[in-house]
Design a binder for this molecule. Structure first.
Ligand code: SAJ
Length: 421
C-alpha cells in the first residue's frame, strides 16, 4: 500500500518513518525544498529516541522517499502545521494548500486522513469541499476522509506513535472503518471510531483539560504562598484521594500544543470564562516568577539592574530539547528590560530565537546573584549546590519554579513557587 505523508514536521516525519518501518511504501511531501533535501541527506533537527536510526534504515531500504511535489497514493496522511495567529485564530492556510494539492492527484478508493489539530468542523467544512472540488470525486463514496489527531508526548514520540490509543473520526462510517483498518496495521493502542466533529472536539478537550488543570495548580500554588503553606506537601496529600489529580505549577505553559489548542476550542465561543482565564493565569506565571525574584533581590539588598541572573532551562519542559513557547525565554525577555546581565543555560537546546544558551551549568552561575530554575531537566536535580555557592556572589538566591531544590538549601535564599516564606 502506498502512503503519501503531507507535511514532514514534528509529527509528519516520524509518522512517515514509522509507516515505512511497518511495511508501507511511503512518499513524504513537504513544500519546503530545503527541509526535503536535508531529510534526503539524513540531516534532521527533531531529537526523538530511535527516530534518526529508523530514518536511515527506511531511506537506505528505499521504502521511504521524499520530495516537494505531490504524488498519487492509496492513503494520504496530512500533518501540516496549524498554528495560532496573533489574533488567537487558527491559521488554516497550510491545510488549505495541502488539500488542494492532494485533490490534484486524488483517485477513486483513496483515503485521506487529517492528523493536524484543527478547529471543530474543519474536516467537514474545509477539507471535504476542497478535495471534492479539486478532484470531482464524491467524498464518503468515491474517496474517504477521516480526522485522526496525534497524541504523542514529545520525548516519547516513537513509542507513543505505536502504543497510544487513537481516536478516528470519519466523514461517514465507511471512512472511519477504512481509517481504522489503516491504523490497525501499525498501532497497538485501542482504536476508537466516531464522527469527525466529535474527534476534532475530543482532541481539543484533551489539551484544554490539561491547560485548565495546570492553571488550577498555578493558582493553588500562589494561594499557598499567601497562606504561608507548602503546595507540594498539600498536593501530595490531596492526590491520595482516588479521584483527585492536582497537576504541577510552573513558570508558564510552553510547547506547541497547549498554548494553542484551547484557543481553537473557544475561537467561536466568546463568553468562555474558565478556559480563557486559565490561559491568562498560565501566561501570568512568568511574571509571577519575575516578581518573586525582585522581592528576593530587594530582601537581600540587591538591585535587579546591577544583578547577574541565570535562568536554568530554555526547553519548554524537562528533558526535551524543544524550546517552542519556552517559559524560560519569556522570563529572559522580561528581565532583559531591567538588566543586561541575564543569561540562559540549557544542556539540551542548541538555539532559540537567535539565543544560544550556555552549556555548562557551573560556568553559567559564575558571579551570579540569583538563579531561576525554569525547566525540570533531570540534570538540575544533581547540581552540586555547595560548589555553586562558591561560584555565585554572596547572599545567593534561587527562585525555584519546578520544585527542584530542597526548601531550606544551606547557604541560599530559596524562593519556591507554591511555598510561603
Ligand atoms: N506543565 C505544567 N504543569 C503540569 C504539566 C505540564 O506546568 O502539571 C507545563 C510543562 O512544563 C510545559 C507545558 O505545560 O511547559 C506543556 O507540557 P505537557 O507535557 O503538558 O504538554 P505537551 O505539549 O508536551 O504534550 C501535550 C500532551 N497532551 C496531553 O497530555 C493531554 C500530549 O499527549 C499531546 O500529544 C500534545 O500535547 C499534543 O501534541 O497535542
Amino acid at each position: 500500500m502506498n502512503v503519501c505523508v503531507v507535511g514532514l514536521g514534528y509529527i509528519g516525519l516520524p509518522t512517515a518513518v514509522m509507516l515505512a518501518k511497518n511495511g508501507f511504501k511511503v512518499y513524504g511531501y513537504d513544500v519546503n525544498s530545503e527541509h526535503v533535501s536535508n531529510i534526503q541527506k539524513k540531516k534532521i533537527t527533531i531529537k526523538e529516541e530511535g527516530l534518526y536510526e529508523s530514518l536511515c534504515e527506511v531511506l537506505d531500504a528505499g521504502v521511504f522517499t521524499v520530495g516537494n511535489t505531490i504524488k498519487p497514493a492509496d492513503v494520504f496522511v496530512v500533518a501540516v502545521s496549524t498554528s495560532l495567529k496573533k489574533t488567537k485564530e487558527i491559521d488554516l492556510n497550510p491545510l488549505k494548500s495541502a488539500s488542494k494539492e492532494i485533490a490534484k492527484v486524488l483517485a477513486k478508493g483513496n483515503l485521506v486522513i487529517v492528523e493536524s489539530t484543527v478547529t471543530p468542523g474543519t474536516t467537514n467544512n474545509l477539507v471535504k469541499p476542497l478535495l471534492e472540488k479539486g478532484s470531482g470525486l464524491k467524498c464518503g463514496e468515491e474517496f474517504y476522509l477521516a480526522f485522526c489527531p496525534e497524541r504523542i508526548l514529545p520525548g516519547k514520540l516513537m513509542k507513543e506513535l505505536v502504543e497510544n490509543p487513537r481516536i478516528i473520526g470519519g466523514i461517514n462510517e465507511i471512512s472511519a472503518e477504512k481509517a481504522k483498518a489503516f491504523y490497525g496495521k501499525f498501532v497497538r493502542g485501542d482504536l476508537h471510531t466516531s464522527d469527525a466533529l466529535s474527534a476534532e472536539i475530543a482532541k481539543l478537550m484533551e489539551n484544554t483539560y490539561r491547560t485548565v488543570n495546570i492553571a488550577l495548580a498555578n493558582e493553588l500554588a500562589m494561594i499557598c504562598e499567601k497562606l504561608g503553606g507548602n503546595f507540594y506537601k498539600a498536593r501530595a496529600l490531596a492526590n491520595t484521594h482516588p479521584r483527585v489529580n492536582i497537576h504541577l505549577p510552573g513558570p508558564g505553559v510552553g510547547g506547541y500544543c497547549l498554548t494553542k489548542d484551547p484557543w481553537f476550542l473557544i475561537e467561536n465561543f466568546s463568553n468562555s470564562e474558565i478556559i480563557r482565564n486559565s490561559l491568562m493565569i498560565n501566561t501570568y506565571m512568568s511574571e509571577h516568577v519575575v516578581r518573586t525574584l525582585r522581592k528576593g533581590l530587594k530582601a537581600s539588598g540587591k538591585r535587579l539592574k546591577d544583578a547577574k541572573i541565570v535562568i536554568l532551562g530554555l526547553a519548554y519542559k524537562g528533558d526535551v530539547s524543544d524550546p517552542r513557547e519556552s517559559p524560560g525565554f519569556k522570563i529572559y525577555l522580561m528581565l532583559k528590560k531591567y538588566t543586561k546581565n541575564v543569561v540562559i543555560q540549557d544542556p539540551l537546546v542548541e538555539e532559540y530565537n537567535g539565543y544560544v544558551p550556555i552549556k555548562d551549568v557551573y560556568d553559567a552561575m559564575k558571579n551570579a546573584d540569583a538563579v531561576i530554575i525554569a525547566t525540570e531537566h533531570t540534570m538540575y536535580k544533581n547540581i552540586n549546590w555547595r560548589k555553586v555557592r562558591e561560584l555565585m556572589k554572596k547572599n545567593p538566591i534561587i527562585v525555584d519554579s519546578r520544585n527542584i531544590v530542597e526548601d531550606n538549601l544551606a547557604g541560599f535564599t530559596v524562593l519556591k513557587l507554591g511555598v510561603g516564606t
